[in-house]
Ligand binder design. Structure first.
Ligand SMILES: *Cc1c(COP(=O)(O)O)cnc(C)c1O
Length: 360
C-alpha cells in the first residue's frame, strides 16, 4: 500500500527519508549489532546520538551557550506543571489564553500559585491573537506564558507579547522548527515533538541557565526538576532513547534541506496555496483572522456540519487523511507541518475544488 497524505495534527507526518533510514538501521545500528531501541543509554553509541541531536538542534536554532537543551518525557502537558514548579519563585505568573492548550497550562499553574489570565481570545472562539502590546503584566510575575502556535484553532503569534521585562515562556509544540526563532527573547521554549519533529514521547525544553536552580516549589518531584536533567545531560534516568534518535535524524534532514529560513519559505509557500484557495472559495472558508493565521494548522469549514462530514469522508477515500477538525471545534483542519510536501497541499486543494464543484 502506498503512503497517504497525512494531515494529522499530531502525531503527524515525518519525512519519508528519515523513516527509511531508521528502517535500514532497525536491526543493526551502524555495526553495533543491535537496534537503537535495544541499546544502553550509557553506551558510547547512544551518547553520540544524543550529543549530535543536541548540537544539530543548537545549530538549527542558533541556541546561545547560556541556554540548556533538555530532552524530557511526559508530553507537553507535563510542562504545564514543571514550569510553575521550577519558575514560580514569587508564586505569580501571567498567562495569555489563546486556546485550549494555553488554558490547560493556565489551569495547571493555578494549582501551584497565583496564575493570572491577563488576556484571552475566548470571546471569539480563539479565532485571533489578542493585542499584547500593553498588557497588565503583574509587577511580581515570575514569567509570562504563551502558546505560540495554537494547534486546535490555527492561530500564531506573529509578534511576541510585550512582557515588560518579564521572562517569556512559550509552548511551541506545533510550530517547533517551522521557522527561525530568536531564542534570546525567551526564558523557556518547549514543545512536544510529535507535532513537527519526531515520535510522541519526547519533549524538548530550551531553558536559559539562570532559570535552572535548586529553588523549586516544595514537594517538586526529582524527575520534575529542570536542574536534575540539566546536570545529567538529559540522562538522569533512561531517556526516551529511540524517540531522541529519530528527532536527531529529523534535525539532520532539516539541516540538509537548508535550515529554518528555507523551511519558513517552504512553509509559507505551502500555506499560501491553501489560504489563497480558501479566500476565493464559495463553499469553504477559513476560521481565523487573516493576520493571525498559522502556517502549520489551517482550520476551515463549509458552514454545514453534514457537508463537513461528507468532505472528510470523501477526502479520506482519496488518500487525504485526518482532515477532521479537533473534536472541540468541528469542521476541518489541515496540519501541514515541515514534512508535508507541497504536492500534498496541492492535492488537497485540487480535491477541495472538485468537491466544491460537485456540491454547490
Ligand atoms: C499537542 C499539544 C500539546 C499537548 O501535547 P502532549 O504531548 O499530548 O501533552 C500542548 N500544547 C500544544 C500547543 C499542542 O499542540
Amino acid at each position: 500500500m502506498s503512503r497517504v497524505y497525512n494531515f494529522s495534527a499530531g502525531p503527524a507526518v515525518l519525512p519519508e527519508e528519515v523513516l527509511k533510514e531508521a528502517a535500514d538501521e532497525m536491526l543493526n545500528y551502524k555495526g553495533t549489532g543491535m537496534s537503537v531501541m535495544e541499546m544502553s543509554h550509557r553506551s558510547k553509541a547512544y551518547q553520540q546520538i544524543i550529543d549530535e541531536a543536541e548540537q544539530d538542534l543548537r545549530d538549527l536554532l542558533n541556541i546561545p551557550d547560556n541556554y540548556k537543551v533538555l530532552f524530557l518525557q511526559g508530553g507537553a502537558s507535563l510542562q504545564f506543571a514543571m514550569i510553575p514548579m521550577n519558575l514560580m519563585k514569587n508564586g505569580v505568573a501571567d498567562y495569555i489564553v489563546t486556546g485550549q492548550w494555553a488554558k490547560k497550562a493556565y489551569q495547571e499553574a493555578c494549582i501551584y500559585g497565583k496564575a493570572n489570565a491577563i488576556a484571552s481570545s475566548a470571546d471569539k472562539t480563539f479565532s485571533y491573537i489578542p493585542d499584547c502590546s500593553d498588557l497588565p503584566i503583574s509587577e511580581d510575575a515570575d514569567y509570562v506564558y504563551i502558546c505560540e502556535n495554537n494547534t486546535i484553532y490555527g492561530t500564531k503569534f506573529k509578534t511576541l507579547p510585550n512582557t515588560k521585562g518579564k521572562t517569556l515562556v512559550a509552548d511551541v509544540s506545533s510550530c517547533f522548527l517551522s521557522e527561525p526563532m530568536d531564542v534570546e527573547k525567551y526564558g523557556v521554549i518547549y514543545g512536544g515533538v510529535q507535532k513537527n519533529i519526531g515520535p510522541a514521547g519526547v519533549v524538548i525544553a530550551i531553558i536559559r541557565e539562570d532559570l535552572i536552580t535548586e529553588d523549586t516549589l516544595p514537594g517538586t518531584p526529582t524527575m520534575m526538576k529542570y536542574k536534575i536533567h540539566a546536570d545529567n545531560g538529559s540522562l538522569y534516568n533512561t531517556p526516551p532513547a529511540y524517540g531522541i534518535y529519530i528527532c536527531g535524524k529529523v534535525f539532520k534532514w532539516l539541516k540538509k534541506m537548508g535550515g529554518l529560513s528555507v523551511m519558513k519559505e517552504r512553509n509559507e509557500a505551502k500555506a499560501k496555496i491553501l489560504y489563497d484557495f480558501l479566500d476565493q472559495s464559495e463553499l469553504f472558508k477559513g476560521t481565523v483572522r487573516k493576520e493571525d493565521r498559522s502556517l502549520m494548522n489551517i482550520p476551515f469549514i463549509t458552514g454545514d456540519a453534514d457537508l463537513d462530514a461528507k468532505f472528510v469522508k470523501e477526502a479520506k477515500a482519496a488518500g487525504l487523511e485526518n482532515l477532521k477538525g479537533h473534536r472541540s471545534v468541528g469542521g476541518m483542519r489541515a496540519s501541514i507541518y515541515n514534512a508535508m510536501p507541497i504536492e500534498g497541499v496541492q492535492a488537497l486543494v485540487d480535491f477541495m475544488k472538485k468537491f466544491e464543484e460537485e456540491n454547490k
